[in-house]
Structure formats: C-alpha cells, structure tokens
Design a protein around this ligand. Structure first.
Ligand SMILES: CC(C)(COP(=O)(O)OP(=O)(O)OC[C@H]1O[C@@H](n2cnc3c(N)ncnc32)[C@H](O)[C@@H]1OP(=O)(O)O)[C@@H](O)C(=O)NCCC(=O)NCCS
Length: 154
C-alpha cells in the first residue's frame, strides 16, 4: 500500500538521497537540493511512503503568487517508477493548490509527455510572471535552460 502524506522531518534524509541520486543519474532532470533547502521548505513537500515508511518519492508545491503555484522536485525512486506514484504525488499538489484557492499550477520540466498525460499544457515561458524566474539565477543551468514550461488550470 502506498501512502501520500505531507513530509516529516524524519523523511528528509531519504528525500535528499532520492533527489541527489536522480539529479546525478537522470541527466539532471531535477536539481539537487541541499539539506538546508529541504528543511526550510519542508512544509511544501509531500512524500510517497510504503506501509513500512520507506520513502519512495517526493514532490513540492511552492506558492509563487496570489494565483500561481509551482510543482517542483518531483522524483520517484527508479525502482518504484511506473506504479502510479508520480501521478499521485502531482495530484496531491493539485489538490492542495485548490484547497488554498490557487487555480493555476505550473511546472518547468523535461518530462513533457508525463505532465501532458496528467492534463498540463505547454506554454511559452514568457507567459509566466517574472517572479517565477527569481530562482533561475541560482540554477546551475542558467542561462541555458532546457526545460519546458507547462501549466494546468484547475
Ligand atoms: C517523471 C516521474 C516522476 C514519473 O513517475 P512514475 O511514478 O513513474 O509515473 P506514474 O507511474 O505515476 O505515471 C502516471 C502516468 O503517466 C504515464 N507516464 C509515466 N512516465 C511517463 C513519461 N515519461 N512519458 C509519458 N507518460 C508517462 C504512465 O504511463 C501513467 O499513465 P496511466 O495513468 O495512464 O497509467 C519519474 O519518471 C521520475 O522520477 N523521473 C525522474 C525525475 C523527473 O524527471 N522528474 C520530473 C521533474 S519536473
């Protein structure tokens, strides 16, 4: 049985490992996240855990503005992929956005078919507000971003 729940402090080491392994091995499809980032943004994160509390995946929903939130750091550990966990994690974010009264969620991603499958649509990056790009300055890929912006209207 898989449980999707808010991340707890005790999950952080496992989340760090999953994100780091993925960033090192999956062509940098997610950015590595330092412990400092994970602790200070912990309330944004959801985890997918097994019955015995093994962390199998994680995702974060970050509020950007009054009408916009971002899905970030979505990773499912390689051995647990293709079992529906990625979808469940994104759905947890969408559900939280709705609860908060935020009706637009975006993602910057290389996994366009996965997000398309979930109902996201490709948009031009310049359609997103400038506020979104503040973090890009800290990205190792800046300014050669190879990600596609995708949006879901809820
Ligand atoms: C992208 C990722 C999170 C998907 O996780 P997953 O648990 O394997 O995906 P799911 O099993 O939940 O798939 C949900 C649906 O999307 C489909 N899907 C999964 N990966 C897909 C892909 N790369 N392209 C198209 N469809 C895909 C599945 O077939 C499934 O379809 P269904 O609902 O009709 O059965 C996972 O592959 C991963 O961690 N990749 C590396 C990190 C990454 O790229 N993260 C995204 C950063 S924005």
């Amino acid at each position: 049985m898989t449980i999707i729940r808010k991340a707890l402090i005790r999950d952080v080491k496992a989340m760090h490992g999953i994100i780091l392994r993925c960033s090192a091995s999956d062509d940098g499809m997610v950015l590595p996240r330092a412990f400092n980032h994970l602790y200070s943004h912990l309330r944004d994160f959801y985890v997918a855990v097994s019955e015995d509390e093994e962390v199998m995946g994680c995702v974060a929903l970050q509020i950007c503005w009054e009408d916009l939130a971002e899905v970030r750091s979505l990773v499912v550990a390689k051995e647990h992929r293709k079992k529906g966990l990625g979808k469940l994690l994104v759905e947890a974010c969408l559900s939280e956005a709705l609860t908060l009264g935020i009706f637009k969620v975006f993602v910057l991603t290389n996994q366009t078919s996965f997000f398309q499958h979930l109902g996201f649509e490709e948009v031009g990056k310049d359609s997103l507000p400038q506020k979104v790009w503040a973090d890009c300055l800290n990205c190792p890929k800046f300014p050669d971003c190879d990600e596609t912006a995708m949006v879901m209207d809820l």
